[in-house]
Design a protein around this ligand. Structure first.
Ligand code: PEP
Length: 250
């Protein structure tokens, strides 16, 4: 039985003081929720937010990390620094990293392996652009990202990996994949995980959906067999939107 998992990606929003206010509201509202909950604040906001969520059921993740452990990488953040902050997880391969900063699958794969080697949970994002969807290449694109991102991982490693399917055209646009469309892609991802590893890994892997998830659509998305959670961008920045998402089943 897969436990549902809701994650909020704050992206480049929220100063430390703003983040503390939001985190306090979330802690109070999410205390009894059944879903696993994670927030990914920007790096500079993490220490203040971590203090607020300490000892609660809210976990903290980073939005990215370097593919190197240390050294001459101006402006980068190392996995050692994330561990030092006591983080639980890291989001890798987000479409904004892929599209704006040109991150490729082999580069993302190095980060995935490094995060796992340091016992960080990985949320690996995959998803097609509108052009790729219109060209009918959704499965091909998602497969390439999965195979590339998970290259060299063992079945054991997969216990620490979550997949987030995020159609790029649905991110921050207000457009959502229909629950049926999303579920079909999730089923495809699960089948690919089975091919790459085995049925147990496929049955156990948590697959989040991301792309304009809101209080009004979370229930119908989460009702689908292969949708195990949500990776939420815009709506995770407002407690009145994120709390109903996190507590969707209460
Ligand atoms: C995201 O960027 O991961 C995301 C899903 O954003 P939004 O919820 O704003 O579409």
């Amino acid at each position: 039985m897969r436990r549902s998992y809701i994650a909020g990606n704050w992206k480049m929003n929220m100063t430390a003081s703003e983040g503390v206010v939001l985190a306090k509201e979330l802690v109070a509202a999410a205390a009894g929720c059944t879903a696993k909950v994670l927030i990914a604040p920007p790096f500079t906001t993490i220490p203040a937010v971590r203090e607020v969520v300490k000892g609660t059921n809210i976990r903290i993740g980073a939005q990215n990390m370097s593919d190197s452990e240390s050294g001459a990488h101006t402006g980068e953040i190392s996995v050692l620094m994330l561990k030092d902050l006591g983080l639980d997880a890291v989001i890798l391969g987000h479409s904004e990293r892929r599209m704006i900063y040109g991150e490729k699958d082999a580069f993302i794969n190095r980060k995935v392996k490094l995060a796992l080697a340091h016992d960080l949970e990985v949320i690996l994002c995959v998803g097609e652009t509108l052009e790729e969807r219109e060209a009918g290449t959704v499965e091909e694109v998602v497969k390439t990202q999965l195979v590339g991102g998970l290259e060299g991982l063992s079945k054991e490693d997969m216990k620490q990996v979550v997949i987030a399917y995020e159609p790029v055209w649905a991110i921050g646009t207000g457009k959502t994949a229909t629950p049926e469309d999303a579920d079909n892609v999730h089923a495809y991802i699960r089948a690919e995980i089975e091919k790459l590893f085995d049925k147990e890994a496929a049955d156990d892997v948590i697959i989040q959906y991301g792309g304009s998830v809101k209080p009004g659509n979370v229930k119908e998305l989460m009702a689908k067999e292969n949708i195990d959670g949500a990776l939420v961008g815009g709506a995770s920045l407002k407690s009145e939107l994120f709390i109903p998402i996190v507590t969707y089943d209460l």
